[in-house]
Design a protein around this ligand. Structure first.
Ligand SMILES: [Fe+2]
Length: 391
């Protein structure tokens, strides 16, 4: 009976996805499928100035959809961005959200669509125990997600990462199953303009999702298979996507890998994200870049618990030997090839930060599913290793 109980789970699989070059042209009919007549397009200020956003708005207007843009969303979005978006949605009498952009814009857009229908404060819906059951689902509005980077996979995720600026700037995960966007449009042409360093960083975020999900001890065979194939796509496509941003075939593979990563991490994440979230919320480091930097240190820390699993990864990825060492070597070589720094010090995290960030990492919702149990002491040691390059 105990074994059977451990095999139980709540599985939600991704949403309806329109995948392919040029499919952003289907945005208006995709809105209509969800009953959206007056979408609010939520994006970030950088994207709002680009033709792709103007084109999306024009396409909606030509199709008779009243569309406005809300772009007051910062990287590592904060509660005020969400509340301002809710105000814009109400002021314009919008009945749905087009979440358009990288992880920050997608997460903010999804949170706006959630919060427009709630009487409780947003922090009441943090991803803890059964807090999601407090949500008034009837008040939510539908979301079409349009990712323009290939990393976070928020378009196929049921949560938003929002930074709580009260006190110590903790990045909190706001969760509800219905936050899964009703539709996603994956058009690799939208990712062509992403600069090489960002392509590398967000691609490594996708890889970290697959690696951490695959390493998590939670029973979820569907996610396990998706994580493995997601890693294979990253191996096949990330170096090409970084080397030539106009390589649409590589861009397309990375876009799917990103969606697969977030689908897989319904199985849980681990110490890469536990370490990365406090760096992002306190020091404003880039999420994907931080995961990429800490990746080999976390793999090595977890080694006693994941040797067999990494051997399976090595076999599937056709690495030189079916071993943990082969996976670690591949990760190190990939990082070097695409220009990822080797230490946290290189991206502005100092030894003096380790003690302050470690308790926050221990409290992070990613920590319980790391294959080796985490606490503030071993996370502080792991921070110091990653800061000093002690591998
Ligand atoms: Fe991530």
């Amino acid at each position: 009976m105990d074994e059977l109980a451990s095999l139980a789970g709540n599985w939600g699989y991704p949403t309806s996805i329109r995948f392919g070059a040029g499919r952003i042209r289907e945005l208006p009919e995709t809105c209509r499928e969800l009953g959206i007549g007056r979408p609010l397009l939520v994006t970030d200020p950088g994207l709002a100035a680009l033709p792709m956003v103007a084109d999306a708005v024009a396409a909606c207007e030509e199709a008779g959809l009243g569309c406005a843009v809300f772009s007051d969303v910062r990287g590592n979005p904060v509660e005020a961005n969400v509340l301002d978006g809710v105000a814009a949605l109400r002021a314009g009498d919008h009945d749905g959200v087009i979440a358009f952009g990288g992880g920050s814009a997608l997460d903010a857009g999804k949170a706006v669509a959630l919060m427009v229908g709630q009487a409780r404060p947003m922090w009441d819906f943090e991803d803890r125990e059964d807090w999601w059951t407090r949500v008034d689902e009837a008040g939510m509005v539908p979301v079409v997600a349009v990712p323009t980077t290939s990393g976070t996979g928020s378009e196929t995720g049921r949560a938003s990462a929002i930074t709580d600026t009260r006190g110590d700037h903790v990045k909190r995960i706001i969760f509800h199953p219905a936050m899964m966007p009703g539709r996603a449009i994956l058009d690799p042409e939208l990712t062509v303009g992403l600069p090489a360093p960002l392509t590398a960083a967000v691609g490594m975020d996708a890889l970290s999702h697959c690696l951490e999900a695959f390493s998590s001890p939670v029973f979820h065979p569907l996610a396990q298979g998706i994580a493995l194939e997601g890693m294979r796509l990253v191996r096949e496509a990330l170096p090409d996507a970084v080397a030539d941003g106009a390589d649409l075939a590589a861009r397309a593979r990375m876009q799917v890998a990103a969606s697969m990563g977030s689908t897989a991490f319904q199985k849980g994440l681990g110490a890469m994200h536990s370490l990365s979230h406090p760096c992002g919320s306190v020091l404003d480091t880039h999420h994907g870049l931080t995961n990429a930097v800490v990746m080999p240190y976390v793999l090595d820390f977890n080694r006693p618990a994941i040797e067999d699993r990494m051997a399976a990864v090595a076999r599937y990825l056709d690495l030189p030997s079916p071993s943990f060492a082969a996976v670690l070597d591949w990760v190190l070589a990939l990082r070097e090839r695409i220009g990822i720094p080797h230490t946290l010090k290189d991206i502005g995290v100092d030894e003096s930060d380790a003690r302050r960030l470690a308790p926050m990492a221990a409290e992070d919702p990613s920590s319980p599913t790391n294959p080796v149990p985490l606490d503030a002491a071993n996370l502080e040691a792991l921070y110091l290793r990653a800061i000093n390059g002690a591998l």
